[in-house]
Design a protein around this ligand. Structure first.
Ligand code: LMR
Length: 396
C-alpha cells in the first residue's frame, strides 16, 4: 500500500530549524523560522504568560472537554483588540461577528478556507510572495489558487495588482486572502491610505475578504496593526478572519489561534458557526486548551494585560532598532537596506539568489529561507555586523 506514496519534501521553513540546530559552529546565525528573539538570541516565555500559567495551575479545576469552538472567553476577549472598541468611529459591527478558537493561526486559516469552500468559494486570490503555507492550505482545501504581485520592483506594496485582482474576481466564487499586517515574507504592508482604497473596493465588488492577522502588535502597535482588518470589515457585509497569538504572546508551540466570521445577519452567523464547528470536529475535534486559557487570563486581568503590552512594546522597539542598524548599511550590492529599515514585523526578503543563500549558509553559518526571507529578530548586537559583512561578501 504505502509503496504507492510519493515522498514529500520536508517543509522548507520548519526544516531550517533542524539544519541550524545540527550546525556545530558557535557563531551561526538563525534567521529562519519566524520566532521573536531577544538581544541575547533567546525566545523566552512571556512574563505575562508565566503569571497566567501560575494562576491557571492554581485555579483550573477540570480539563474536561470544552467543545469544537474551544475557549469562548478567549475568543471574546480578543475581539476588541482585533475589531476595535464598539463605539469608535466607523466601527465594525460586532454583532455580526463571532469566532472560534483554532489551533494556531494555521488552524484559523484552514477553518476560514474550508468554510469559504463550503459556502461556494472556488478560487482564492493571493499576493505573491506569501507565506508558503497559505498556498498549501488552499491546495489542501481543494480550491484553485490565483495570484497577483504583492510587491513592486521598488519594494513597495503593489496596490494596483491587488485592486486589479479584486476587479477581476467573481464575487460568486472568489475570495481574496490578505495579510493583516507585518507581511510574511516581505515585511511590506499596505499603508492606511491604501487600506482605505482596498476596503472601498471590497465593498464595491462584494468579493469575500479572508484576512490573516498573525503578527498584531509586532509592526506599529496593536491598534495600528489592526487598521486594515477593521477598515475592510467596516466596508463589507461578510468576511473571514484568521488570528494567531503564537507571536504576540510567544505561544508558538502551544498553538493559540482563532477564527472569526462576519455575516450579513444572525441567521447566517449561526449557519457559518455550525459549519465551522463541523469542520473543527472532523479535523481536530477541539483546539488545545492550555495556551488559549493562559491568554484569556491575561486579557481578563488589567495588571497582566499591562505586563503583556509592555513586553510587546519591548519586542517591537528591538526590531525597530535592528531595522535602523540595517538601514544605516545603505546599499549592499543589490540590496537596499534603507527599504528593509522601513519595513515592518519579523520579516524582510532580500534579493539573493539560491547560490548566495547557500554560500551564506555554508561559509558564514547564516540560515535563512530559500526565498531570501530573513527573520529580523535573529539579528543582535553580537551578530549584525557579521551578517552585514557576509552579505557584502556574497553579493560582491
Ligand atoms: C514562519 O513563517 O516562519 C512562521 O509563520 C512559522 C510557520 O509556521 O511557518
Amino acid at each position: 500500500m504505502f509503496e504507492n506514496l510519493v515522498a514529500q519534501p520536508a517543509d522548507a521553513l520548519l526544516n531550517l530549524i533542524k539544519l541550524h540546530n545540527a550546525d556545530p559552529r558557535v557563531d551561526k546565525i538563525d534567521l529562519g523560522v519566524g520566532v521573536y528573539r531577544t538581544g541575547q538570541g533567546d525566545t523566552p516565555v512571556f512574563a505575562a504568560i508565566k503569571q497566567a500559567e501560575a494562576k491557571l495551575l492554581a485555579t483550573q479545576d477540570s480539563k474536561a472537554y470544552l467543545g469544537p469552538e474551544g475557549d469562548m472567553g478567549f475568543v471574546h476577549a480578543l475581539k476588541p483588540y482585533i475589531f476595535g472598541a464598539k463605539d469608535s468611529d466607523g466601527a465594525v459591527n460586532m454583532a455580526r461577528i463571532e469566532g472560534m478558537q483554532a489551533p494556531g493561526g494555521t488552524g484559523g486559516v484552514r477553518l476560514a478556507i474550508d468554510l469559504a469552500r463550503r459556502a461556494g468559494i472556488k478560487r482564492v486570490w493571493m499576493g505573491t510572495p506569501s507565506w508558503p503555507n497559505h498556498a498549501q492550505i488552499v491546495a489542501a482545501s481543494g480550491l484553485e489558487l490565483k495570484t497577483f504581485s504583492h510587491m513592486t520592483n521598488a519594494g513597495t506594496a503593489d496596490l494596483d495588482a491587488l485592486l486589479g485582482a479584486l476587479r477581476d474576481s467573481d464575487p460568486a466564487t472568489d475570495a481574496v486572502l490578505l495579510h493583516g499586517c507585518c507581511h510574511n515574507p516581505t515585511g511590506v504592508d499596505y499603508t492606511p491610505a491604501q487600506w482605505d482604497q482596498i476596503a472601498a473596493l471590497f465593498g464595491e465588488t462584494g468579493v469575500l475578504p479572508i484576512l490573516d492577522l498573525a503578527y498584531q502588535g509586532l509592526g506599529h502597535g496593536m491598534e495600528e496593526d489592526a487598521y486594515g482588518v477593521r477598515k475592510v470589515c467596516a466596508a463589507v457585509p461578510e468576511a473571514l478572519i484568521a488570528y494567531s497569538c503564537d507571536k504576540n504572546f510567544g505561544m508558538y508551540r502551544d498553538r493559540v489561534g482563532a477564527f472569526y466570521v462576519m455575516t450579513r445577519d444572525g441567521a447566517d452567523l449561526e449557519k457559518a458557526l455550525s459549519n465551522g464547528a463541523a469542520i473543527a470536529r472532523a479535523s481536530w475535534s477541539m483546539p488545545p486548551d492550555h495556551g488559549a486559557a493562559a491568554v484569556r487570563l491575561i486579557l481578563e486581568d488589567a495588571a497582566m494585560t499591562a505586563v503583556w503590552l509592555d513586553e510587546l512594546d519591548t519586542m517591537r522597539a528591538r526590531m525597530r532598532q535592528v531595522r535602523e542598524r540595517l538601514a544605516a548599511a545603505g546599499r549592499i550590492g543589490p540590496i537596499d537596506m534603507v527599504a528593509v529599515g522601513a519595513q515592518s514585523g519579523l520579516f524582510s526578503m532580500l534579493p539573493l539568489n539560491a547560490e548566495q543563500i547557500m554560500t551564506l549558509r555554508s561559509k558564514h553559518g547564516i540560515y535563512m529561507a530559500g526565498s531570501g526571507r530573513i527573520n529580523i529578530a535573529g539579528l543582535t548586537v553580537g551578530n549584525i555586523e557579521a551578517f552585514i559583512g557576509a552579505l557584502a561578501d556574497v553579493t560582491a
